[in-house]
Design a binder for this molecule. Structure first.
Ligand SMILES: Nc1ncnc2c1ncn2[C@@H]1O[C@H](COP(=O)(O)OP(=O)(O)O)[C@@H](O)[C@H]1O
Ligand SMILES: [Mg+2]
Length: 360
């Protein structure tokens, strides 16, 4: 179903993104080793990734790093190793074929089809080497880390170094990393830092954009058609105006409207309500870290767009803050993708979140 509110996995459920799918497919075929899928939350990165992995002839493994981090509060080598293996366990054929290689990795033991890691001497690098050896015959192995910026919480496990080693030496592996928090992802990968392991490494960036107004309208028409749910052209236009071309919001609107049989204005309100609770969860860590984030977001959502005006608004609400502390907070919001900076002006790029932030 086009309006299903979960990341898609099959081609038939994915609207458009033909170009991006082709780009991924060709990059893997060419033997590129590092592909980045970038874009705001809810633009469909996970969906695109899932479908691409499904369509590729290559063996593939995916780890949702954000989910892993929120579940274990850590992404150390043992946890990520476990997640990689459990992703493989879901794929009988891959596990069976790769078994002979994986058995050689220290710390990994098989009993039947069960596979375990003992924390002691397990190394992610050895696991990747084993997958690379497996890929020698099985064909390039694709390893995907969804929301890879969370790999920065690896503690003693330095994933940037591990990735650099793999990209340089393990020729049968391709890594696909997605990131909603594009600034944080680049901060972590440090391609431009001469002292960092990934310095100067080639990476193929695929940036997901929102749907154009025409595409958004087409997406809605197709979804409502599929559900046999009558809507007017006026409602479609209004929805695109309110929610912009962000597939996650468009799909949610359609889903809510169809499954709860709501009127247009009711469904729009419900989307805003859902967005509000989503934001509370997504931003709770940030808000717990500093209450100023909340006020900064509100100020920008209300239309304060210059550095000075936002700072004045914050000072008025919460008292004095020095320039560099303020800049750091603002910069973090830009890196997380919630705020966009263009020609010296700060804005909230997602119109739905802008409405939500106004009421923070
Ligand atoms: N191209 C698309 N076609 C259909 N639904 C989509 C598409 N892109 C995103 N969606 C829907 O939007 C929501 C957000 O997509 P998701 O893949 O989770 O985005 P991201 O990983 O970028 O945050 C999901 O409910 C998904 O089903
Ligand atoms: Mg995602």
């Amino acid at each position: 179903m086009l309006f299903s509110p979960y990341p898609k996995t099959r081609r038939e459920e994915l609207f458009d993104r033909e170009g991006e799918l082709k780009e991924i497919e060709e990059a893997v075929k060419r033997g590129e080793r590092l592909i980045l899928l970038l874009g705001l939350r809810r633009l469909g990165k996970s969906s695109l990734l899932n479908v691409a992995l499904n369509e590729l002839p290559n063996p593939s493994i995916k780890v949702d790093v954000r989910k892993t981090y929120s579940e274990f509060s850590s992404v150390n080598r043992y946890i990520i190793g476990k997640m990689l293996l459990s992703a493989m366990s879901g794929k009988r054929k891959l596990l069976k074929e790769a078994k002979a290689f994986l058995e050689r990795v220290r710390g990994i033991t098989f009993s039947g089809i069960q596979v375990e890691i003992s924390p002691g001497d397990f190394s992610i690098t050895e696991l990747l080497e084993a997958l690379n050896d497996y890929g020698e015959n099985a064909g390039r192995v694709v390893i995907a880390f969804d929301e890879a910026q969370y790999l920065r919480f690896g503690g003693a496990t330095r994933y940037d170094g591990i990735l650099a080693y793999a990209v340089d030496n393990l020729e049968n592996l391709t890594f696909i990393l997605t990131g909603s928090e594009v600034g944080l992802l680049f901060d972590f990968l440090k391609f431009d830092d001469p002292d960092a392991p990934l310095f100067g490494r080639y990476h193929h960036d695929i940036v997901l954009n929102r749907f154009s107004p025409d595409m958004s309208a087409e997406f809605l028409r197709k979804g409502f058609g599929e559900a046999n749910f009558p809507v007017t052209e006026g409602e479609i236009e209004d929805t695109v105006r309110e929610l912009d071309g962000i597939p996650g919001w468009l799909a949610l609107y359609g889903y809510i409207r169809v499954t709860r049989n709501l009127r247009h204005d009711e469904a729009i309100n419900e989307v805003l309500g859902e967005a509000k609770s989503l934001v509370q969860t997504e931003l709770s860590r940030l808000f717990a870290y500093s209450p100023r984030y909340r006020v900064i977001l509100k100020g920008i959502a209300l239309g304060y767009s210059r550095w000075k005006d936002i700072k004045d608004y914050l000072t008025l609400k919460l008292g004095h803050i020095n320039d560099s502390n303020f800049s750091a907070l603002l910069e973090n919001l830009v890196k997380s993708g919630y705020v966009e900076k263009k020609e010296g002006e700060y804005t909230i790029p997602d119109p739905v979140l802008q409405k939500v932030f106004r009421e923070l």
